[in-house]
Design a protein around this ligand. Structure first.
Ligand code: ADP
Length: 475
């Protein structure tokens, strides 16, 4: 089965968010189970600079805006996934990031840039493609790839398309005049097409023209069919619910493996989790907490934004300390949240510690050294940290939303509370203190969590089944 994976970012070449992690891992996992997955990426400077072996294999003209582009073939560093790169210097060779200039302002021609990108994806799926290799399914990610299914269908192409939503907040919205500028047919600017509340939306186009829609967890697939998480797309998503499915992201189980993690003071495994004690002691020392083997230690690692519910942690923190607990926090983001976290730590020296910043190594040591991990996110399309926590034996305490609901089993592998309030988080914390006092029950919960499988192979099989379904339906 041939899959063209159309994405605007992928580690280790270019990353602004979780999409890059998925794009780095999923195609490789698909290839391991026998799916011929190849990736299409825009040729930003950071991409071309890292691909010494890229060679031209095709050229396109008559693209939106009258642009021309070359198609280069290369392979992903490390994973080796076959890679096609759209080389259009006028559109992609410029300073700044993939979507914004050096000052954090969106590139003014983003519509054109990603219209060209999407059209090349579509042309590679058409009978007239210049390549011998033809995809059986076009798998498009987020708004940047949203026009690919539209171009394909509007040109009469029949290759099945999947659109995956990683972040529904970014919808690729442009003024109505863009429709003509890009050369989209005027009749496509309608409810039955690319129109979205009077504007053009690339994401809406991707959702409307795709045969299947996926999100990165089953619960999030349900939640986005309603306000508030539907963010305006709930009507369309509800009408497409028979074609909408959530497939949980995996985690990098090589990078996140407590039995071989060189960032840790001690290595340990699900069978012998006792060595976590050494990690806890080392973490207390590293963060300036009192060295106290018996104090329940709660960890937090998050972007400090409203989404992550850090304010709820601040609400329960005094109670947590009063019961003899400790809190280790790592994150950066919103300045007012950062300041509140720093003030909390200053109020409880030795009991609450924080590091405002980004520190990969410390994030591993918090997962290994904490007894519990707090993740009261208001919403969470998938979430990674709760999966790292399960794998590292830090019992997760999570709000029942999106991927958190789908990965943590209440009372079995962690604690799940229903409403994102300080009161509910406090009740869950109280359950954690009770568990902490029962060594056998605690050990059972840690082992249940550590034995869960969140490998990419699992997700890759679900995507492969989806592709197979589409190919069979077409046949
Ligand atoms: P999101 O993608 O919404 O930020 P996730 O839980 O899906 O949330 O992923 C967050 C990732 O970023 C995890 O790998 C987490 O460990 C990491 N991370 C977030 N903040 C920090 C930080 N300050 N230092 C180190 N790692 C961080």
């Amino acid at each position: 089965m041939n899959i063209l994976f159309v994405t605007s970012e992928a580690v280790p070449l270019v990353k602004t968010g979780g999409l890059a992690d998925v794009s780095g891992a999923l195609p490789a996992a698909l290839r391991e189970i026998g799916v011929d997955c190849r990736m299409l990426l825009p040729g930003y400077p950071v991409v071309l600079d890292k691909l010494a072996d890229a060679t031209e294999i095709a050229a396109f003209d008559g693209l939106p805006g009258g642009h021309q582009a070359r198609l280069l073939a290369a392979s992903m560093p490390e994973a080796g996934t076959p890679l096609y790169v759209v080389d259009a210097p006028a559109l992609f060779q410029r300073p700044g990031g993939p979507y914004q200039d050096e000052n954090g302002v969106d590139h003014v021609d983003n519509a054109l840039r990603f219209a060209v990108f999407g059209q090349i994806a579509a042309r590679l799926a058409m009978a007239a493609s210049p390549l011998d290799w033809r995809p059986d399914v076009l798998h498009c990610h987020d708004w940047q790839a949203g026009l690919a299914p539209a171009w394909l269908r509007l040109a009469g192409g029949a290759t099945p398309c999947v659109t995956t939503i990683h972040n529904l907040a970014y919808q690729g919205i442009f003024p109505p005049a863009t429709v003509a500028e890009l050369g989209l047919p005027p009749e496509s600017f309608s409810i039955e097409g690319v129109e979205y509340y009077g504007n053009l939306s690339f994401l809406k186009a991707g959702l409307y023209y795709a045969d299947r829609i996926t999100t990165v967890s089953p619960s999030y697939a349900e939640e986005i069919q309603r306000e508030p998480l539907g963010m305006g797309m709930q009507g369309l998503l509800t009408s497409r619910r028979a074609d909408l499915v959530g497939i949980l992201n995996g985690i990098d189980t090589g990078e996140w493996n407590p039995s071989s993690d060189l960032r840790l003071a001690c290595e340990y495994s699900a069978r012998a989790p006792a060595a976590r004690k050494g990690c806890k002691r080392a973490l207390q020392k590293e963060m300036g907490l009192e060295i106290a083997a018996d104090a329940p230690l709660f960890g937090v690692i998050a972007r400090m934004t409203h989404q992550k519910g850090i304010d709820l942690v601040l609400e329960i923190a005094d109670g947590l300390v009063a019961r003899g607990g400790q809190l280790a926090m790592l994150g950066t983001g919103d300045k007012t949240i950062e300041a509140a976290v720093a003030a909390l730590a200053a109020r409880h020296p030795g009991r609450v510690a924080c590091l405002i910043g980004y520190d990969e190594g410390l994030s591993h040591r918090i997962e290994a050294g904490s007894d519990f991990f707090l993740m009261p996110s208001r919403f969470e399309p998938c979430g990674l940290n709760q999966m790292y926590s399960l794998r590292y034996g830090a019992i997760p305490i999570v709000h029942a939303t999106g991927g958190l609901r789908d990965t943590v089993e209440d009372g079995v592998t962690g604690f799940v509370f229903e409403a994102p309030t300080g009161h509910e988080l406090g009740l869950a914390m109280a359950r954690a203190f009770d568990l902490y006092a029962d060594a056998r029950a605690r050990r059972r919960m840690i082992q249940a969590g550590m034995s869960r499988d969140f490998s990419w192979e699992h997700s890759a099989r679900a995507y492969a089944a989806l592709y197979a379904d589409l190919v069979a339906a077409r046949a």
